[in-house]
Ligand binder design. Structure first.
Ligand code: COA
Length: 164
């Protein structure tokens, strides 16, 4: 019998290799920036976003997804506003609700921190992610038309927010 249990935990330094593997396969032109996720990337964590910034999902004990949640502003007037700066599930693990579990976990974490709002950006063409965010209560705050030129196509950037 297969074990379909999904668990979420905070990332640790030892997750580096598994997270890098997801990072190199999860993104495409509809979801990310091909120049940033090119195959020659060799590290996942960075100084601005170490393991503390990530929650990871495991399916039957295997790391299959991550979400990055950070303070949006480094000054007190913006306290309480968090930002999701990345959500990805390994291609072979999609469509099983893992993205949804990660979104729930981030909402719970934000509430625990006393946050009042979570924001994120999504490409206008990323319909799968947009549906997921909408299902979790995110609303459109604004659109930046033709913000990026990706593989020869202009792509809108959409700002979404969840008010807690
Ligand atoms: C967006 C993403 C995180 C969703 O992860 P997920 O674990 O597949 O999410 P869920 O299973 O909770 O929901 C995915 C939706 O796709 C559907 N789906 C079904 N089978 C699927 C499959 N094989 N592959 C992808 N989606 C599938 C799900 O039913 C659900 O549909 P719905 O929104 O109409 O209900 C994932 O597609 C991903 O990593 N995409 C690339 C990175 C990205 O776009 N990140 C967000 C950037 S802002």
């Amino acid at each position: 019998m297969s074990d379909n249990t999904v668990t979420v935990r905070r990332a640790v330094a030892a997750d580096e290799a598994a997270l890098l593997e997801i990072e190199l396969t999860a993104w495409d032109a509809t979801s990310g920036f091909p120049s940033l996720t090119a195959g020659d990337r060799t590290t996942f964590f960075a100084e601005r976003y170490g393991p503390d910034a990530f929650l990871v999902a495991e399916l039957a004990g295997r790391l299959v997804g991550y979400i990055r949640l950070q303070d949006k502003y480094p000054f007190p007037e913006g306290a309480g506003v968090l930002s999701i700066n990345g959500l990805a599930v390994a291609p072979e693990a999609r469509g099983q609700g893992i993205g949804s579990v990660l979104m729930d976990a981030v909402t719970a974490e934000a509430k625990r921190r006393g946050a009042r709002k979570i924001t994120l950006h999504v490409h206008g063409v990323n319909t799968v992610a947009r549906r997921l965010y909408e299902r979790h209560g995110y609303v459109v705050e604004g659109t930046h038309p033709r913000e990026f030129l990706i593989d020869g196509q202009y792509v809108d950037a959409v700002d979404l927010a969840l008010f807690l």
